[in-house]
Design a binder for this molecule. Sequence first.
Ligand SMILES: *[C@@H]1O[C@H](CO)[C@@H](O)[C@H](O)[C@H]1NC(C)=O
Length: 242
Amino acid sequence: MWVVVLVMLLALSSGSHSLDKLNMCMDATHHKVKPGPEGQLYLQCAPWRDNACCTANTSAEAHNDNSYLYNFNWNHCGAMRPKCKQHFIQDTCFYECSPHLGPWIQPVDQTWRKERILNVPLCMEDCHDWWEDCKDEMTCKSNWHKGWDWSSGINKCPDGSKCRKWTDVYPTPKSMCEQIWSNSYLYTTHSKTSGRCMQLWFTGSNPNKKVAEYYLNNAQQHHSLTVTSLLFLAVSSLSVLS
Ligand SMILES: *[C@@H]1O[C@H](CO)[C@@H](O)[C@H](O)[C@H]1NC(C)=O
């Protein structure tokens, strides 16, 4: 009987935990502990003003080259054009400010953060526009998370790598969106109106909360199924034993 009670407790506790998953901040380098209003969020990060995991300072720094946030150099193969760079700024705002990434937050063993995002389903338009606006740039690496030469304090192309055409490194929007941040994003064919994908670019109230809710409820259904089958197993093993 205690097995059944345990399983029911597990089901209850996972239910309350998922409420937080709709409105939370990941445990990373610059994120706030909890989301909340940030009236001063800067330019491209302004859509998150009502509820954000980033501070005003982080939102301003997200717009700077080699910002102290990550010392990351977008211009590692020559100056990146503004029309491309705006997507990296938006990506930084999304990463730093989003309070609705809970369903995709994973623990990670890294010096600079304890949690990351994995396979966030990105709206097709956001991925395609990003690639279109960047396809005339150059880069020397497909995964921008790893393998840089950091000896000077900012990332440089590692020895043996060459600056190549963006389209040679990333033949498709999908390859870029998925590879650039080691699968933080998942390419989807969902459009921004579908409610099934996360939007990097939006105006007005944050559309991503509903999307997170959808994916959370879906996972929750799987979870309930698992709990149900565990319960069934527990009950049937008990009846076999007795
Ligand atoms: C953000 O804070 C850092 C550290 O306190 C400071 O050096 C920097 O100037 C601030 N950036 C902006 C844009 O306010």
